[in-house]
Write a protein that binds this ligand. Sequence first.
Ligand SMILES: C[S@@+](CC[C@H](N)C(=O)[O-])C[C@H]1O[C@@H](n2cnc3c(N)ncnc32)[C@H](O)[C@@H]1O
Length: 455
Amino acid sequence: MGWDLPVESLSKWWALMSKTVRARAVEIIFALQNQRSNLDGLLAKHGKQVSDQDRKFLQSLCYGITRQWYHLSAIEAQLIDKPLKPRDLILGAIVRCGIYELGWMRSKEHAVVTEYVDATVVEGRPWARGLVNAVLRNFIRHRAELKMERHQAETLWNHPSWLIERIQSAWPERWEGILVENNAHPPMTLRVNQRLVSRETQIEKLRAQDIDCVPGSAPASIRLNEPSPVERLDGFNQGFLSVQDESSQWASIALAGTSGERILDACAAPGGKTTHLLELADLDLLALDISERRLTKITENLVRLGLRAQLKAADASQPDTWWDGIPFDGILLDAPCSATGVIRRHPDIRLMRSEAAIKSLLGMQRALIDALWEVLKDGGRLLYTTCSILPSENDEQIERFLGHHPDASLGVLNAGIPGIRTTHGIQQLPSHTGGDGFYYALLVKSGSSQPKVRA
Ligand SMILES: C[S@@+](CC[C@H](N)C(=O)[O-])C[C@H]1O[C@@H](n2cnc3c(N)ncnc32)[C@H](O)[C@@H]1O
């Protein structure tokens, strides 16, 4: 079953591969193997250049491969004797796409083998074509046994072992359920702009379009039983609807802005929570994000929904560079995090994250919360939220913060928020009957220390 591959130059492969939809899938999977970009970014780039039908196929193929990543690696290791050298990894991507189609999609075998073999035609390298052909045919012959063999934890759960261990140690009684949810398809959830339409009316409108949906846990949320292109949804273009997971919707509710308040949304892009805050109350809102490119997403959302906010591209942990000296009544800190609560939505998170990356995120979260505390009014509140399920990014951050800030105490979180009550906040775990994994803690500033106001 094994091959020793004399692949020499990757660039020659790129130049010669045709731009069929399957060749695009190979490029995407190759880029993921090299952790060069995230899956959504890659799909957006390649999706622009193909038909609607091909875009759907590309998305389901690449998402599917990412969900089965570790299982597919194990199968490949059995079909190719020697591990591929780094410069040969393009072959691994080709084979991976083919195996996934043959094992998990209803593609026609002949078409799959022919097209992936064709994609590997490189002048003067006939062996590469032969390799792909042999591996795919071998998989077809031994498909049932190869799919059954899942002895290692990584292969069984389709997560890297370090992450399985982190989740086991954080949630010793729930880790299996979390991993199952991470591998499932998440529901598509909408948020109704309740200023414009009630949730009940919007549900009726969607059902009239034969869209099967139910109310979600958050007051404005609607869960669709099947995903649908947004443009098809009655009310989307008029600004009645946004796409937002219900756990994420609870964050803006937990901050509870009231009209006229000066609110900071510190890590705001793409603006899911910014726009929700503005739907809930007439706020004087500043939305910051370190990424100028991502800020344009907020602008698009504000325009579609007919809302207003002040936007700034800045590092929220450096108030000297953006703060005008007027303290805020409320701050929403949706901190950059491991995103371990949204793996079901972004399956490539399991490939992109590492223990070292999480360590550096912890430092960033600390810097953000410490800096933002200085721009909060006495009596003001700061909602700390993440889409992480790791206590080190959640309760442990709040524990440390409270230990260093005698003027900080815990506020009362909205009683409707579902989830596990932790020492300092509420933790939601990803659930097929609910939302993504999310954490919320509300901090209130007492009058014992004055916020710094610039002279
Ligand atoms: C979890 S996402 C925010 C999602 C957003 N709140 C929403 O609901 O749509 C985190 C955001 O933080 C931004 N970010 C990371 N570090 C930052 C910093 N130091 N200052 C401001 N924004 C930052 C990232 O660019 C990213 O857009």
